[in-house]
Design a protein around this ligand. Structure first.
Ligand code: SF4
Length: 194
């Protein structure tokens, strides 16, 4: 007896659902491919970013949608969201940060190992947003260095994904020497970080 409903009649090859990371620039020939260490490490890092969501209010809800199946941050290798700073390399601050939370954001940043990156998601994290008051930090870049700002109140999940893509660009192109450079040390020193 045949089944009343047929499904999966047209099977797609598995490769059709998989997008491969593009190769870094280099030299290719019969049986070899040569590129720079910077490019290889950048490629690995940018496609395996582990975010730490520091969500304090409404923007955090947009991040939850970003992690859900519809927007699916896992497509960019960032599905491993962690709440232990020592295992994460991307601090995503989402929401209003009161001044008394500032030292907590900084503490979390300090507990992350280098190399680490920071996204300020939404108007509140970027600039205090509509809360121009005595109690709200007017942007997290007053306590930690920020790499990418995502505008919006709240930013849609597409905007958050765009912020992650901008971080991927930075991570992929970052020189391995940057974290030891005088410029970077001076940046950290300006935040009182040794
Ligand atoms: S930017 Fe807007 S949506 Fe995001 S935390 Fe602030 S008030 Fe809420």
């Amino acid at each position: 007896m045949s089944r009343p409903v047929s499904y999966n009649l047209i099977k797609k090859p598995l490769e059709a659902d998989i997008s491969m990371a593009p190769m870094p620039s280099g030299h290719q020939g019969e049986g070899f491919f040569a590129t720079s260490l910077n490019s290889v490490i950048g490629l690995a890092r940018k496609n395996s970013i582990w975010p730490l969501p520091f969500a304090t209010s409404c923007c955090g809800i947009e991040f939850m949608a970003t992690m859900g199946s519809h927007y699916d941050l896992a497509r960019f290798g960032s599905e491993r969201v962690g709440f232990s700073p020592r295992q994460c390399d991307l601090l995503m601050v989402m929401g209003t940060i009161a001044k008394k939370m500032g030292p907590v954001v900084k503490q979390v940043y300090l507990q992350m190992a280098e190399p680490r990156w920071v996204i300020a998601v939404g108007a509140c994290a970027s600039s205090g947003g509509i809360f121009d008051t005595y109690s709200v930090l007017q942007g997290i870049d007053q306590v930690v260095p920020v790499d990418v700002y995502v505008p919006g109140c709240p930013p849609r999940p597409e905007a958050i994904i765009d912020g992650v893509l901008r971080i991927q660009d930075l991570v992929g192109k970052e020189s391995l020497r940057r974290r030891n450079s005088e410029t970077y040390k001076a940046l950290l020193e300006s935040y009182g970080i040794q």
